[in-house]
Design a protein around this ligand. Sequence first.
Ligand SMILES: C[S@@+](CC[C@H](N)C(=O)[O-])C[C@H]1O[C@@H](n2cnc3c(N)ncnc32)[C@H](O)[C@@H]1O
Length: 237
Amino acid sequence: MHDKTERMTSVSAEDGPQPQRRTSSFDASAFIARNLRLLPVPGLEDIQLYTAHSGSRLSRLGGANPEAPAPYWAYGWGGGAVLARYIAENPHLVRGRRVLDLGTGSGLVAIAAAKAGATSVVATDIDGNAIAAARLNASANGVAIDLIHADLLDGPPPAVDIVLAGDLFYDEALAKRALAFLETCRAGGIDVLIGDPYRVPLPTQRLHCIAEYSVSDFGLCSDGGEVRAGVFSLASF
Ligand SMILES: C[S@@+](CC[C@H](N)C(=O)[O-])C[C@H]1O[C@@H](n2cnc3c(N)ncnc32)[C@H](O)[C@@H]1O
């Protein structure tokens, strides 16, 4: 198995000319709409997302801030891809239900849930640029999603029926926190589904694999190839 953690965290703003300084009036939505391309998602062609390309110059989003989060929302990840496909093929899982998409990134999983007939979809991310991207992507796909720029992992279970987590297990510390939160949700009677291409921190011993697909993943095959990815529920012991 590859060291997927390292490859995930190596995603950074990209090459190209060095950034101009970001000002307080920087408009992430305008930047995304201008510099990324609205493209169909491989395997889910009825969903389109603003996607980075070689001329996107994402380094400008972080400005001079070395702590700026990596622009994960600009790329396709196996965990979100597998979960979105599973929901598209099994819409009854979310139809008529309240959904939370944890770590929404581009908003792919949230959009798939909304298109599948969820009553409401809340999507959260700690990256404000992801929130801007997910908002644009939801609008481009004609669905309504409530976006929250926050870290919910240390809080109580949300008032939803099902929590979806696409590709959130890419970092050991985050994986530990996410698992604890999702187990609390499960104990509170909330369904939990996780999508992941078997990254190293994925706690497979606590999970039950219910489906597998071959999907594209920017971190593991940026050349456009595919990886095996699973949809998991939390095992009950
Ligand atoms: C690899 S991306 C996956 C995005 C999307 N779910 C997908 O599969 O396409 C992981 C996302 O989780 C977000 N994230 C990381 N820690 C988080 C936290 N504690 N709460 C919410 N989102 C978080 C990151 O900002 C990033 O957008």
